[in-house]
Write a protein that binds this ligand. Sequence first.
Ligand code: SF4
Ligand code: SF4
Length: 172
Amino acid sequence: MADHERPVDGVPRVIEKTLWEDDRHMNRRFHGVFSLLLVFGALIIGLVSVFHESVAMGVVYLVIILVSLPTIVYAFCSKCTCRLDSCGHVLPGPLTRWLPQRKQGDYTRLDFAGLLVPFLVLAAFPQWWLWKSMVLFAVFWVLFLLGLVEIRRCVCPDCTNKRCPLCTRPVG
Ligand code: SF4
Ligand code: SF4
């Protein structure tokens, strides 16, 4: 029997390794979805805050959200190597099937702009209205920053998108 097949505590090592990898994969997906929920929660708080003060500006922010999210997915996820089989955030990767297809390869400056500009606009737009309520302002930033920390700490370390500058997964 090969060394990697010898049982440990009654569980063959091959099976134990597979179970451990499955567990890790599930853990990353959980944090991937949870982190998106936190960021979406922040955006909803922002949207409610803007609508509360001005319906017209609320509609503008809603349009910004509806345009920005697919733009981010198109600019960044469409070129991600793990988008169809192991997207850490579960949903954005498969969503790229519905967008114009792109050749996978290194990200260009335009791709990074397509990620960062909509992202910054999403975060910045509601600040004027959020600032009028300290509670909503605080909830927005707690959810938003927790989402980002969650991604950085629990999703990036196992992400296989090697072309992303934030990917910290070891080579191999
Ligand atoms: S892993 Fe990240 S870049 Fe790749 S498809 Fe998922 S969300 Fe997009
Ligand atoms: S390494 Fe990049 S693509 Fe992967 S989860 Fe982190 S930010 Fe997203």
